[in-house]
Ligand binder design. Structure first.
Ligand SMILES: NC(=O)c1ccc[n+]([C@@H]2O[C@H](COP(=O)([O-])OP(=O)(O)OC[C@H]3O[C@@H](n4cnc5c(N)ncnc54)[C@H](O)[C@@H]3O)[C@@H](O)[C@H]2O)c1
Length: 440
């Protein structure tokens, strides 16, 4: 099939590449000429395990191309995926300007039937807006052409995006006619050869499903974070509690890890957007209100622990930071807890020496040459002479360091662990002062 993907970011690039991998002829469009130039030059603008090889393979096979030419992109695909960003607007609702612009471009240039598929995370009712914007452009041109609009929310996780797309748990399709459903079934057939994974529903339900999934996951995290804070005060250990409740099949172990707050490009903005929608439609979701409040507070937990230990004036202090990305296996720094911590430390006069296996470039892009920030190439290099170590992202490489060397490098044997990577008793034995989340 000929497929166009509009928006070549995390979702667009992964989706386009995986669709090419199974034999489709894919053209990826972006308005960011720099991004497209990198891709056309054989590079890759994001860090995502397994993606680079797959891009190269499909480009070499002639099944995957990149362009900034809107007209060519509209002519190419019978299916036009919209995978542009939907950042939060000032009031927290999803900003749909990029989605609508993409729809308008299709209306401006199409000359035959197109199935337009929203892959971006968009509020309920967006398919209607896409349809109206596209129709307006057709009317402006005074041409009569058929088109379909479908919703196909994306559930891939950054860091495991290729794997998630190639072997999805489920493929949610929202359509309002059989022709569109059939086109989507054909497109996704190669991804569900051993069992049916496609869940077909109406468009509004599909749009809501994505928000429901992210809000549910964010709720579990915030619940565990607040429980951890309570456990700490009560003299309990949240890791024991986690085992105790996770073993109940109605609860399960997934997404029960307490930490220093969730971040990324999805949970924070999707929780906000769902809150906004709920309010707008007069069905407030108090649970979701609380999830957001709890997470904002949790992102300050590491800073609060540091201030409780060192006082408010951190002039002359240096903190080593392990992990900058909002989670492991990505370079994404959007809404990352590390940013709250670093900015809080800088504000109080401290310096930060940080290591992240993938997010150095992204950190430089955001903060430039910040005078209180030094980025280093190895975890150990961050520790030399630091007053303490703070762990913010649970990259595998941080799980089992040489604790003797860590202790020798730090000025004080003091670790603030925002991801509960180590056993408190062993850390005490090894001579560390170890402050984790929800543990004694
Ligand atoms: N990142 C994730 O893990 C993830 C997972 C599931 C769903 N989503 C959703 O998918 C959508 C995209 O997210 P992302 O992380 O890939 O965003 P991103 O910012 O990485 O990429 C979006 C791209 O769209 C481009 N763009 C904007 N307007 C355009 C237009 N009119 N024509 C062509 N290109 C245009 C931008 O230049 C950018 O490169 C969002 O709605 C997001 O919520 C993201």
């Amino acid at each position: 099939m000929k497929v166009t993907v509009i928006g070549t970011g995390y979702v667009g690039l992964v989706s386009g590449t995986c669709l090419a991998e199974v034999g489709n002829d894919v053209l990826c469009l972006d308005v960011d000429a720099k991004k497209i130039a990198i891709l056309q030059g054989g590079g890759i603008p994001i860090y995502e395990p397994g993606l680079e090889d797959m891009v190269k393979r499909n480009v070499a096979a002639g099944r995957l191309r990149f362009t900034t030419d809107i007209e060519a992109a509209v002519h190419h695909g019978a299916i036009q995926f919209i995978a542009v960003g939907t950042p939060p607007d000032e009031d927290g609702s999803a900003d749909l300007q990029y989605v609508v612009a993409a729809a308008r471009n299709i209306g401006k240039h199409m000359t035959e039937y197109k199935l337009v598929v929203d892959k971006s995370t968009v509020p309920v009712g967006t398919a209607d807006k896409v349809r109206a914007a596209l129709q307006e452009e057709l009317d402006r041109r005074a041409v009569k052409l058929e088109f379909g609009v479908a919703s196909n929310p994306e559930f891939l996780k950054e860091g495991a995006a290729v794997e998630d797309f190639m072997r999805p748990d489920r493929i949610v399709i929202g359509t309002d006619n059989e022709h569109a459903t059939q086109m989507m079934r054909n497109l996704y057939a190669p991804f569900q050869r051993n069992r049916e994974r496609l869940i077909s529903m109406d468009i509004r339900s599909a749009e809501l499903t994505k928000y429901a999934a992210n809000a549910m996951l964010a709720t579990r995290i915030s619940f565990m974070n607040e429980l951890a804070n309570l456990a700490e005060k009560l003299g309990a250990d949240i890791e024991n509690v986690r085992h105790g409740i996770g073993s109940d099949p109605r609860i399960g172990y997934h997404f029960l890890y307490p930490g220093c707050g969730y971040g990324g490009s999805c949970f924070p903005k999707d929780v906000q957007a769902l809150r906004r929608t709920a309010g707008e439609y007069g069905a407030p979701m108090h649970v979701i209100d609380a999830v957001e409040i709890a997470n904002d507070a949790q992102k300050h937990v590491l800073l609060d622990k540091i201030l409780a230990r060192f006082g408010n004036d951190l002039q002359g202090k240096t903190f080593a930071l392990w992990g900058l990305a909002f989670k492991p296996n990505t370079d994404d720094m959007r809404e990352a807890p590390s940013r709250v911590l670093m900015e809080g430390l800088w504000e109080r006069g401290a310096k930060v020496v940080a290591h992240d296996p993938a997010a150095t470039h992204e950190t430089q892009r955001i903060y430039g040459d910040h005078p209180q920030l030094q980025l280093v190439d190895t975890p150990m290099a961050a520790l030399q002479g630091a007053d303490a170590l703070a762990i913010v992202t649970e990259w595998k490489v941080f799980r089992s360091p040489d604790f003797g060397a860590v202790k020798a490098a730090l000025k004080n044997p003091l670790i603030f662990d925002g991801r509960n990577l180590y056993d408190p008793a062993s850390m005490r034995e090894a001579g560390f002062e170890y402050l984790a989340i929800g543990r004694q």
